[in-house]
Design a protein around this ligand. Structure first.
Ligand code: FES
Length: 129
C-alpha cells in the first residue's frame, strides 16, 4: 500500500439536482454527494451487498442504498440502526474543485508522500450518470 494522496475528482458545478456523482480514481469507485454546501465521498460498493451507492438517494443528511434501503450517515458512513459502517474518504473543496484523499495502486503512485496541498494526482476519470 502507498500513502494516500489527494485527487481532484470533480467541480462543484458538475453536481446535478440530485447532488450525486460517481467518479473513479485508479481502481476505486467513489460515490460523491453534495449536501448543505459540503461534499461527502463514499466507497461506491455498499458494505452490505455491494450495490452502488451512487445510485442511491440523498435523504435528510443520509444516503439510502438502492439495494435494501440501508441509510448511511453522510459524515460518518455509519448505517442507521446497524453496526456496519460504509467506508468514506476525506474531502476538501477549494475554488470550486472537489478533492478526495485516496490510496493509489503502487504502480501509479507518486514517489513522494501526500502533501498538505492537494496537487499530487491528475483529475480522475469521471463517470457520468
Ligand atoms: S446492498 Fe446496500 S443495503 Fe443491501
Amino acid at each position: 500500500m502507498t500513502d494516500p494522496q489527494w485527487a481532484r475528482v470533480a467541480e462543484l458545478a458538475e453536481f446535478g439536482r440530485r447532488g450525486k456523482k460517481l467518479v473513479t480514481v485508479g481502481s476505486e469507485r467513489i460515490a460523491l454527494f453534495a449536501h448543505g454546501g459540503e461534499v461527502f465521498a463514499f466507497q461506491d460498493a455498499c458494505v452490505h451487498k455491494d450495490r452502488p451507492l451512487s445510485r442511491g438517494t440523498l435523504l435528510n443528511g443520509r444516503v439510502v442504498c438502492p439495494g435494501h434501503q440501508w441509510a448511511f450517515d453522510l459524515r460518518t458512513g455509519q448505517a442507521e440502526d446497524r453496526a456496519e459502517c460504509q467506508p468514506t474518504y476525506p474531502v476538501r473543496v477549494e475554488d470550486g474543485q472537489v478533492w478526495v484523499l485516496v490510496r493509489q495502486p503502487a504502480a501509479s503512485a507518486s514517489a513522494s508522500s501526500a502533501s498538505a496541498a492537494p496537487s499530487a494526482l491528475p483529475a480522475a476519470d469521471l463517470v457520468q450518470e
